[in-house]
Write a protein that binds this ligand. Structure first.
Ligand SMILES: [Zn+2]
Length: 204
């Protein structure tokens, strides 16, 4: 995913924003992206026109009548535990040294739960049990929503694929590597797990 300088800036600063500030910035970023990629009708190629109702986020094609609304791409992310340890991995497309959780976009025809199980198989070659929804986060990079889960390991040996995932491991709460940045849903899932064990979140 190639992000604009504005999108990269927003991602770097999201940890410093209040939830209200982040929400406002996310709405602006997602609408800007949507306008950018919907200047022409995806069906017939005619220049799109604003919807008759200016309060509605929609473009209308004056030629064929096709209407375009902002599209949100759901992605799943999961904190996976094995006893007292959690799964963390380093991804090749990350330009930072931080470790993170299993995550990925929901594919056509999948439920969120299907997507978590598939990503765990693809990225870590493990099977899961006790999969449950925890929280979600608007993720305007450029127009996703992250759906956060907890799950427990039920089988399989950790095997990073060497392409998308360079390194992975089970980490106990006292020996964590560099974590995802504050403000991200990945970090929130990890911090909640640490708090359950009476531990505070490290800095950074
Ligand atoms: Zn059209």
């Amino acid at each position: 995913m190639v992000l604009t300088p504005e999108q990269k800036h927003l991602r770097q600063r999201m940890g410093e924003m209040t939830p209200e500030e982040f929400r406002a910035a996310a709405v602006a970023a997602e609408l800007a992206e949507w306008r950018e990629v919907n200047r022409f009708c995806g069906k017939c190629g005619t220049a799109m026109a604003p919807h008759v109702n200016p309060d509605e986020h929609a473009f209308t094609c004056p030629s064929c009548g096709y209407m375009s609304y902002p599209k949100i791409a759901p992605a799943v992310i999961a904190l996976i535990t094995k006893g007292r340890r959690i799964l963390l991995q380093r991804n090749s497309h990350y330009h930072v040294p931080n470790w993170t959780l299993v995550a990925g976009f929901v594919d056509v025809g999948e439920t969120f739960e299907d997507a978590v199980r598939r990503e765990a198989r693809e990225e870590a070659t493990i099977e899961l049990t006790n999969l449950r929804y925890v929280t979600s986060q608007v993720w305007p990079f450029p127009s996703a929503i992250m759906v956060g889960f907890r799950a427990e390991w039920s089988g399989g040996e950790l095997t990073p694929d060497g392409e998308e995932v360079i390194e992975s491991g089970w980490f106990d709460p006292g020996h964590l590597p560099l974590l995802p940045f504050k403000g991200s849903i990945a970090r929130a899932l990890i911090d909640t797990w640490l708090a359950e064990q009476g531990l505070s979140s490290p800095i950074p």
